[in-house]
Design a binder for this molecule. Sequence first.
Ligand code: BGC
Length: 387
Amino acid sequence: MKRKLLSMILATAMVATLLVGCGSGSSETTSTPADAGTETEAQAPADTQEEAEAPADTASTGGGKVGVAMPTKDLQRWNQDGSNMEAQLIEAGYEVDLQYASNDIATQVSQVENMINSGCELLVIASIDGDSLGTVLEQAKEKNIPVIAYDRLIMNSDAVTYYATFDNYMVGTKQGEYIKEQLDLDNAEGPFNMEVFTGDPGDNNARFFYGGAIDVLQPYIDSGKIVIKSGQLDFETVATANWATEAAQSRMDAIISANYADGTKLDAVLCSNDSTALGATNSLEANYTGEWPIITGQDCDKPNVKNMIDGKQSMSIFKDTRTLASKVVEMVDAIMKGGEAPVNDTETYDNGTGVIPSYLCEPVFADANNYKELLIDSGYYTEADIQ
Ligand code: BGC
């Protein structure tokens, strides 16, 4: 972690410039070419993503090399996470090795191994499966390479130095509160029918999203004001492998045909994120004839924002990846200079080896009324993106 004095001074100057407008980038840096990172997505057989980009030229900046491992290009948010982080790290003077793993665990393990063996001095990893990186990260630990778990906590590995994410429990409580308010659960008589879709059981976040929402809604389930007609409520049953839209869609198909085919009204669908919300929505469009239910989501993915505008999805949680990327760049920079990264939570996220010091960004509620301000005016999307 010892950096040469000159590169320290340069990096300090560049980061100071960057941090003035956290998340918005800056104009005045001795920025390296925009293609200074290498970016590829390995092709897994079932992957539907567009062609992987060929490795670009790498330009050494003297800031040190940072490995950034993202789970997949299939879901829009990870593309944005990856490119925002890459751009901001390059701007701060680092060389970046950015990899996407096509949601394939073995691919991610080998990408991380390559990063360790190719001179990365720090790793930022959004894991596919939180429990599958322990062995490869032993090598990182042996080489004193710090690891920041990005968005998803890496479990049961003492090689994890920090965790940077959005407040996952708060994501869930916001979704639960939304359903509570929209159905006016404290005043309305009900009962209301609700179905539940959460994420991949190997993603620690899914338990927080689910837990946050169910903590809000459980009293109404207990009192009978909310009825889960399918009877499917426990985490394992409502989990969606790989967060796959198709899996959520076919589970919803089965739920509708068994419980709502006779016109019974479905009042709410609690979906932990947008890919599962899309599956539920697709299924409802094809199979359900009753009054349209409330549907929650997370990420503000483009198809889901379109659905919000069309009244098919009620809300999404917006996690501005530029904010998280900025925070991670700050953390990387502090660590690379031999210091400690900024954190704001030292209690919540125990990965099985102890609590991992974390920085939690705050998620924001989005719907058809505020999406313009949140997503368009802020420059996150253009109007054309969501038409
Ligand atoms: C992320 C969500 C995302 C989901 C599926 C979770 O770990 O926090 O934003 O929707 O993974 O990729």
